[in-house]
Design a protein around this ligand. Structure first.
Ligand code: ACM
Length: 680
């Protein structure tokens, strides 16, 4: 009994500590134990740094201790000391990013085996500070990251962001222990890096008339045109960014897109396109030796600028069409014995990899670099789905996970009607957090080859600094924790509580964050499975098929009780498209027995941008034998032509007795999506 009372007392005293002291750390450390009491920073707090091997000889750490921890201290009488130690790499300190914190009333001891570990310890202490910025709880922390690669990608091609913006994000990202910043520097919307050998890339291919990507007509203009919009990083800008990032233990990985997404290259240097003309293609000609000369010369300048071991060469979404009829590409294929255009792409990726390797660098590419045979030492950035990264990892390659459905920040983070227009998709922070980049379901070998996880922000619809920050935060907090914290320690409710506090802090530090407190969340219907009399009953498709890309759960979709969410492509809505007749959807549900029926209805989703519409007409009918149907109703709907996401229930109410229910929805050349046929 006494033991029980003691346990209850201990539990309550822990709760009191947790209540009294700020423990809102993101990413969650591996081990945290509150000890009771607190350490108070004051004017007498001094610090000592031992054994620092930071690139700047410890100056940065000194600066951080003084300026980050001590900036808002109020005068107090207590005195204290912080001791920061770099200890030899032994035992538990083997991981260069690991650290320990032992905070007590009089002293904080921090140990790590490298300056990066000390840096992360300081970030944790900063997050532990109370509201006044001067007290941290007495605590023991032992922390070690799950993955060595914890990345964020920013697309500066579609809408350029300047170096001040990038440096501001480095401050926030490093505070979350993100350690890679992947810059998508080149794409069809603009080349963003000074290259001395090819000045037209930045005199011309970095500029356009439209201010935003959405306003752009697809043509480039001269940099000195009166209404030219765009920009690029000079080499000095890059040096500044790289150095600033390094001092925050972030490596900047440059991406130079090839062979596709290269419209801007081909506008400036049209001889590199199969057509030999600008504005015809987006893939460079692989048959032309000059394409290799061009990219190798560029990579020479890139490797000079970026100390990163990894260089990203794009590799995604080549159309490969022009290669099929280009004489030079066909000759290359014949000479090299390449059986198709996939192998032609692979030929280029292999050659570029060899070139990078000869410069002492390693290649990363989007997962299409696996097509036609993956270059031997390449690392795969898995974006089309986790399966590509898992496959590469299983085959012995390193992989980094950024599956678009779970890691792309250009999707809506809340109910679309409440948000600025996004490119599509619905990725609330909860869904992002649910992703395990290296799950137990894959082999140990594959798990060991997964280097980490990355949030990727493409910016077609993101034109301003404020909007970019809004899309980054707080979802980057989820990526930070997915990259740092072990899977068995991750739990969304607890994460959300900490993320709210850390996100609020980012806001008070001047970041334009999405307000997680006011999140609307999932479409209400989508949260619970619905109960109705057709549940589990057989659905017969009457000479109609769902669209290949939108099967939802196949034949069980309309009677499984699972409702669709905010997005037609969330795997819960089944999509139909028909150009042959105006009948898009035609199904019969077999209730197995004659049944009293009072309601038959279905929800439809509309978003006219991607051609998703309500049906123009619905016919609902019933039958006893499945052959002779009696029509209950024909419903005509008024077309709604705006591009606002909306939902409509199209239903019949009345009295009927039948075994079979037939639901037909009509619309030609347009997608029609529904999730469930509800019968009551
Ligand atoms: C990509 O989203 N095309 C990498």
């Amino acid at each position: 009994m006494r033991g029980l009372i003691l346990s209850i007392l201990l539990f309550f005293s822990f709760c009191v500590y947790a209540e009294k002291y700020n423990t809102d750390v993101v990413p969650l450390p591996m081990f945290v134990e509150l000890k009771g009491g607190e350490f108070t920073f004051d004017v007498n707090t001094s610090y000592k740094i031992e054994g620092v091997d930071a690139p700047d000889n410890g100056q940065l750490l000194k600066y951080l201790v003084k300026n980050c921890l001590n900036s808002s201290l109020t005068r107090k009488k207590n005195s204290g000391e912080i001791c920061l130690k770099i200890v030899p790499c032994v035992g538990k300190y083997e991981n260069p990013e690991a650290y320990t914190i032992c905070a007590r009333k009089k002293k904080i001891d921090v140990c790590a085996s490298s300056a990066a570990g000390l840096f992360y310890a300081i970030q944790t202490i900063k997050q532990l500070l109370d509201r006044n910025g001067n007290r941290v709880p007495a605590v023991d922390i032992y922390d070690i990251p799950r993955f060595p690669y914890r990345g964020v990608m920013i697309d500066v091609s579609r809408n350029f962001r300047n170096k001040e913006f990038i440096k501001k994000q480095i401050d926030a990202l490093s505070s979350l222990k993100i350690n890679r910043l992947h810059l998508h520097l080149t794409d069809g919307a603009g080349w963003r890096l000074q290259i001395d050998k090819y000045p037209r890339l930045t005199e011309f291919a970095a500029w356009r008339k439209g201010e935003t990507w959405k306003q752009w007509n697809g043509k480039y203009c001269e940099h000195d045109d009166a209404d030219a919009h765009g920009g690029f990083f000079t080499k000095d800008d890059i040096r500044e960014i790289v150095e600033y990032a390094a001092s925050h233990y972030i490596t900047v990985i440059p991406e130079i897109e090839m062979p596709a997404h290269s419209e801007e290259v081909l506008a400036a240097y049209p001889e590199l396109s199969c057509a030999g003309e600008p504005y015809k293609q987006s893939d460079v000609c692989i048959g032309n030796e000059k394409s290799f000369e061009f990219f190798q010369n560029i990579l020479d300048e890139v490797v000079e600028l970026f100390p990163s071991q990894y260089i990203h060469i794009g590799g995604d979404e080549a159309s490969k069409q022009a290669w099929k009829s280009c004489e030079k590409c066909q000759k290359r294929m014949a000479d090299e014995g390449l059986k198709d255009v996939d192998e032609l792409q692979s030929y280029m990726i292999h050659r570029i990899e060899q070139y990078l390797n000869s410069k002492g660098k390693s290649m990363i590419g989007w997962d299409e670099i696996m097509q036609g045979g993956l270059a031997p030492n390449a690392t795969v950035l898995s974006w089309r789905g986790p399966q590509y990264g898992f496959k590469a990892a299983e085959e012995g390659h390193f992989a980094i996970m950024t599956p678009s459905r779970l890691c792309y920040l250009d999707a809506y983070q809340d109910a679309p009607f409440s948000q600025p227009e996004a490119i599509g998709g619905y990725l609330p922070i909860s869904l992002m957090y649910s992703f395990d980049p290296a799950p137990d379901t894959i082999s140990v070998k594959a798990r060991n080859n997964i280097l980490g996880v990355q949030a990727s922000m493409f910016t077609e619809y993101i034109a301003t600094d404020e909007h970019a920050e809004y899309m980054l935060y707080p979802r980057v907090l989820a990526i930070a924790e997915m990259g740092w914290t072990r899977q068995n320690l991750r739990e969304f409710t607890d994460f959300r509580r900490r993320a709210l506090a850390v996100n609020d802090k980012l806001k008070s530090d001047g970041y334009n964050v999405f307000d997680l407190h006011s999140e609307i969340g999932n479409r209400p219907e989508s949260l619970e499975s619905i109960d109705h009399i057709a549940l589990g009953k057989k659905v017969i498709y009457n000479d109609c098929n769902w669209a290949e890309k939108y099967p939802a759960s196949g034949e069980s979709t309309f009677t499984d009780g699972v409702r669709g969410g905010w997005i037609y492509s969330d795997g819960r809505w089944q999509g139909f498209y028909n150009g042959d007749t105006d009948r898009a959807l035609d199904v019969t549900i077999d209730l197995e027995n004659l049944t009293d029926i009072s309601f038959i209805g279905a929800d439809f989703i509309k978003l006219s941008g991607p051609n998703v519409w309500f049906p123009e007409k619905v016919i609902i009918s019933v039958s006893d034998d499945g052959e002779n149907f009696t029509e209950l109703t024909t419903i005509l709907t008024e077309p709604v032509r705006d591009n606002v996401l909306s939902f409509k229930n199209i239903s019949w109410n009345g009295k009927a007795k039948a075994r079979y229910v037939r639901y037909q929805a009509f619309n030609r050349w347009r997608f029609v999506f529904t999730d469930e046929i509800v019968i009551k």
